[in-house]
Design a protein around this ligand. Structure first.
Ligand SMILES: *Cc1c(COP(=O)(O)O)cnc(C)c1O
Length: 428
């Protein structure tokens, strides 16, 4: 047993393996500067959060100014300018990006992707309860990930991650991951919606399942799911926690499919990835079902730091960047370059299933043995990349690149060259 000198207990870290834990001191753009003087290229945007780049000066300045003006205030019954600005900005952006269907009109703040999902689920259940037609079933997609709190785990894939808690997770209905034209998924959803015990909602990661292994499915399937939900009056919750803020090439992934969900969850890139803030957006009908002169029908959710002003200032600065800069153009350039480099890797005999969606590239390493998250190859790959000055963290044998949008061509070359080398060394 390794006894570390540090009392820190890290997330998704097996301390018993004694893997090195680099200490990061400073970050700028796509680079992390470590205490030992080494530099790492942040190939996964520090766990999918950083969008424009680390320490974007506009976001830093906004947080600094806010920190000395209003640091924190209760948000139950009180408001402040940064939160108002972010809420209006989110409605403005989603109105422009998601023009079809019932528009998103209300914004509920929380602190993380998991809580954005919890809030979305509670909004959906609260809607059916408050209109006097209670429903309790949630439909989820196979291989999904929606966070690590109990409710978010309940709607995510079951596995080694949550085995210890499995008896406490609530039951859900699962539709299969799309194959081919996705008929398997749509037929299963249709069958569940046709039951007398109608589902309250479908929750899905639009276009790409992140933690499930960067599994991509088509916009037509996403549109098909949203259409079935609309026709059957089942609420559609889009978990855009990872896909939002340009990761799939558009502001939100739902934009690719031309759909507007009933509820949209956003977090990670909402502040450009600088500081934690989440939001759950809803249509007017969901808000209105909670709005009456009966205090028992209010939305019963809060956290101490709901809409913290410093985090909202960061989000407002991020929204200004999206409205002022050609962020989409920058992502398109990054995506085109990654497509070229990924095509080069696709012919490697130890690599298969190359996939690219916006600013996300992924490819699977043939291991000849156990694949999946617990595959022994993942820590070995992590160490291999770390030695080469790269922060990459494969999901089992799925190697993916999700860089900040400022990442340069030479930095991408270093990443993709190393993936090729790793395939030659560890692949079967
Ligand atoms: C990361 C993630 C979450 C959880 O977000 P946290 O901020 O880590 O709680 C939820 N859903 C998806 C799709 C994610 O990728």
């Amino acid at each position: 047993m390794i006894l570390s000198a540090s009392p820190v207990w890290h997330p998704f870290t097996q301390h018993g393996l004694g893997e090195p834990i680099p200490q990061v001191e400073r970050a700028e753009g796509a680079l992390l500067h470590c205490a030992d003087g080494s530099t790492l290229i942040d190939g996964i945007s520090s766990w999918w959060v950083i969008t424009h780049g680390h320490c974007d000066p506009r976001i830093v300045a906004a947080m600094q100014a806010q920190a000395g003006t209003l640091d924190q205030v209760i948000f139950a019954g009180y408001t402040h300018a940064p939160a108002e600005e972010v809420a209006r900005g989110l409605i403005r952006l989603t109105d422009a990006a998601l023009p079809s269907g019932d528009p998103l009109r209300h914004v509920f703040f929380s602190d993380s992707g998991s809580t954005a999902v919890e809030v979305g689920l509670k909004m959906a259940l609260g809607y059916w309860h408050n209109i006097g037609a209670p429903r309790h079933k949630i439909v989820v997609m196979e291989h999904s990930y929606h966070g690590d709190t109990i409710g978010a785990m309940s709607v995510g894939a079951r596995g080694v991650f949550n085995r210890a808690y499995a008896p406490l997770l609530f039951d859900v209905e699962t539709i299969p991951f799309p194959e081919g034209d996705g008929r398997n998924t749509l037929d299963a959803l249709e069958a569940l919606c046709a039951r007398s015990d109608k589902p309250a909602a479908l929750i899905a990661e639009p276009l790409i399942l992140g933690a499930g292994g960067m599994l991509v499915y088509g916009a037509d399937v996403l549109r098909g799911m949203a259409d079935i939900c609309a026709a059957q009056d089942v609420l559609f919750i889009a978990d855009e926690v990872m896909t939002g803020w340009g990761r799939t090439g558009t502001l939100f992934a739902c934009e690719n499919a031309g759909i507007t969900p009933d509820i949209l969850c956003t977090a990670k890139g909402l502040t450009g990835g600088s500081i934690p803030l989440a939001a759950t957006l809803s249509t007017a009908r969901i808000f209105e079902a909670h709005c009456s002169d009966d205090r028992a029908r209010m939305f019963f959710h809060s956290s101490s730091f709901t809409a913290n002003p410093i985090t909202c200032a960061a989000a407002a600065a991020n929204i200004a960047i999206w409205e002022g800069d050609d962020v989409r153009g920058r992502i398109a350039g990054l995506s085109a370059y990654m497509a070229e480099r990924l095509a080069g890797l696709a012919t490697h005999p130890a690599l298969e299933n190359p996939r690219l969606l916006g600013a996300i590239a992924a490819i699977d390493l043939k291991t000849g043995g156990a694949a999946g998250y617990m595959s022994d190859v993942a820590p070995a790959l992590r160490a291999f990349f770390l030695e080469r000055g790269l922060l990459l963290r494969p999901l089992g044998n799925a190697i993916y690149v999700m860089p900040p949008y400022c990442t340069s061509a030479p930095q991408l070359d270093a990443i993709f060259d190393a993936i090729g080398e790793a395939a030659s060394q560890f692949g079967a």
